[in-house]
Design a protein around this ligand. Structure first.
Ligand code: TXA
Ligand code: MG
Length: 352
């Protein structure tokens, strides 16, 4: 299959762009797949109410079919049509954060096929904050099932070129809307438990949710690396976001971290290995390796969320054998950053 790539600027959806989005919508309505930008990461979209489309999504990603998909909507009325009933908490959260990087889990009704929910009676729903995505959903009939547009196990794509790398030849179309704004996947909150529970940390933090709901809990398995229990979001159990080389996170006082990483880097390079280091704006000049990259600034952790997956992908492209990364604060958006980084490193952490 030839994959068509169409460039659209979110800030400038002119007639030509609108026409292209209508065509992309037709592709989805007919059961085809289209990768598209959202504010978090690129999604791989198919008709959420068509079981055959969901099957195709799993096949294109190489994803286990017990890992449910997120259903994307463009207006709130459409949520009510696919759930048993919309809890009060969902109304409050959608008022506060939609369109935006928050996914809510509710009890589904018969309109949503089990192929889309990985056999579960619940459905994950989100309204993305990206004009291209919203228009595409509208043109597709209102419901797009979309996991991140990467091959299963690889870092989620934050630019269209990475969708092409993973999915070219396997899907009908890729919409290139430039680099995404946030860079990490949405926060997932389960509204079917008595106290709403965070199943995946993201840009919408626990504190932000608490402010709206009063009470919020978190699935401990996703922040405690020693937990042997199964995470409640099936996708969180898989090895995810994995770069091809070995990645180690080094934790401790900055001076010690720099010293340790430089000494390990020197050893690995002596053995003929290609070494990459993930530092920050204030430390990148202190490291010695084949490639040193800054992932952003500690003063503004949003910059780190924005760059993390891109840096991991770049290291893959540059063929790193060994990588070292600094560790980050585990609060606010830092919780999402560390959750993804720990997964990428397979929980390989050196504490100094
Ligand atoms: O930001 C995002 O959420 C992106 C963009 C494209 O919207 N999408 C995304 O989808 O990250 P995906 O498929 O890569 O991750 C979805 C996660 C998986 O961990 C899955 O197990 C969980 O959501 N999930 C989906 N439906 C669920 C449900 N009914 N119950 C529990 N977890 C669910
Ligand atoms: Mg994913």
């Amino acid at each position: 299959m030839e994959t068509k790539v169409v460039k659209i600027e979110e800030k400038n959806i002119d007639e030509k762009a609108a026409e292209a989005l209508k065509k992309a919508g037709d592709v989805i309505k007919k059961g085809g797949l289209v990768a598209f930008p959202t504010e978090t990461v690129y999604g791989l979209g198919g008709d959420a109410l068509n079981p055959e489309s969901s099957k195709k999504i799993y096949a294109a990603k190489g994803r286990p079919s017990d890992n449910p998909l997120i259903v994307h909507v463009y207006r709130i009325e459409d949520v009510e049509k696919i759930v048993e009933d919309m809890p009060e908490a969902a109304r409050k959260l959608s008022d506060a954060f939609w369109p935006g990087p928050l996914t809510m889990i509710m009890n589904k009704n018969e309109k949503v096929p089990y192929e889309t929910t990985g056999g579960l009676d619940t459905v994950a729903i989100r309204m993305p904050n990206n004009k291209i995505a919203l228009e595409l959903i509208r043109q597709s009939g209102g419901y797009i099932a979309a996991p991140s547009a990467n091959t299963s196990g690889r870092p989620s794509p934050t630019i269209a070129r990475y969708c092409e790398e993973d999915l070219s030849g396997k899907i009908e179309m890729i919409i290139d809307g430039g680099q995404v704004g946030i860079g990490l996947e949405s926060t997932i909150v389960d509204l079917t438990s008595e106290v709403p529970m965070i199943l995946r940390p993201g840009y919408i933090t626990a504190d932000m949710l608490k402010e709206v709901l009063g009470e919020i809990s978190i699935d401990r398995t996703i922040i405690d690396s020693t937990s042997t229990q199964k995470p409640k979001a099936p996708g969180m159990k898989y090895k995810h976001y994995a770069p091809k080389g070995d990645l180690m996170i080094v934790q401790g006082a900055q001076e010690k971290v720099v010293e340790y990483i430089n000494s390990e880097s020197a050893k690995a390079m002596e053995q003929g290995k290609k070494v990459g280091i993930i530092g920050t704006e204030s430390t990148k000049m202190l490291y010695k390796a084949d490639v040193v990259k800054s992932v952003g600034s500690r003063e503004d952790e949003k910059t780190i969320a924005h760059e993390l997956f891109k840096v991991l992908r770049e290291f893959d492209d540059e063929g790193m054998d060994v990588m070292f990364s600094e560790s980050f604060d585990d609060s606010g958006i830092g919780q999402a950053i560390m959750n993804r980084l720990l997964k990428a490193a397979g929980h390989n952490v050196k504490v100094l």
